[in-house]
Design a protein around this ligand. Structure first.
Ligand SMILES: [Cu+2]
Length: 230
């Protein structure tokens, strides 16, 4: 195969850009793999629903540009199931089902209630505070999504194989947090930018059990909820 000189130059440039930041450079990366420990050592279908993020020291500039992302509702399911956004970002919830949904959350200080709305409509909410937001539907108790609102831009979700990388991290010491909906609390580890690129993080979900939650009125869902005929 003949490769043009131009392409070789391009590949060389890309190769340079991909070299991890070394000593003396302004930014590095924090990277590795997560595994989820499952009951009966089953394989995990939802590794990419984890979130890894860095708690930054006050000396590090952490400004992140707010963004708008979508969580679509189809067949009584939120997709994606987990999103992670910088503080100030907006999430749109378009309803593609031929019946009504009521998106809401009671997670303070980001609680909200979008009310009932039907097919073809989309409502949005802007998250003004960092934190974990559990998003439910007041009609369908099994509808769950998570919005993780971040203080800074140093976060990532793993690929389907559990590999993750947080790039362009200024030199320094950080606390790496690993979150997943099926572990009882976040795993926290001290890391340094550029010095931790092959982390192995195990998340223990062996004790996980689905827990029913309350509706927006703080009460149990009607016993026929989930089997409703819309
Ligand atoms: Cu619903």
């Amino acid at each position: 195969m003949r490769v043009s000189a131009g392409l070789i130059t391009l590949l060389a440039l890309v190769g340079q850009a991909a070299v991890p930041a070394g000593k003396g450079s302004a930014a590095g990366r924090v990277a590795g793999h997560i595994v989820i420990l499952e009951k009966d050592n089953k394989t995990s279908p939802d590794l990419s629903d984890a979130v890894l993020y860095l708690e930054a020291p006050a000396t590090v500039s952490t400004a992140a540009q707010p963004t708008t992302v979508e969580i679509a509702i189809t067949d009584k399911t939120y997709a994606p199931h987990v999103v992670v956004v910088p503080v100030g970002s907006t999430v749109r919830f378009p309803n593609h089902d031929p019946f009504n949904h009521n998106v809401f959350s009671v997670s303070e200080p980001n609680s909200f209630d979008l009310g009932l709305y039907g097919r073809g409509e989309a409502k949005s909410y802007t998250f003004a505070h960092p934190g974990l937001v559990r998003v439910y539907c007041n009609v369908h108790p099994r509808m769950v999504a998570y919005v993780l609102v971040m203080e800074n831009r140093y976060f990532a979700q793993p690929g389907n194989d559990g590999s993750f990388a947080i790039d362009n991290v200024p030199a320094g010491r950080y606390r790496l947090h690993a979150w997943h909906e099926r572990i009882p609390s976040e795993v926290v580890k001290d890391v340094s930018s550029g010095g931790n690129e092959d982390l192995q993080i195990a998340l223990n979900a062996r004790g996980y059990k689905w827990q029913p939650h309350h509706n927006k009125y703080g009460r149990n869902y009607p016993t026929n909820a989930g089997r409703e005929r819309y």
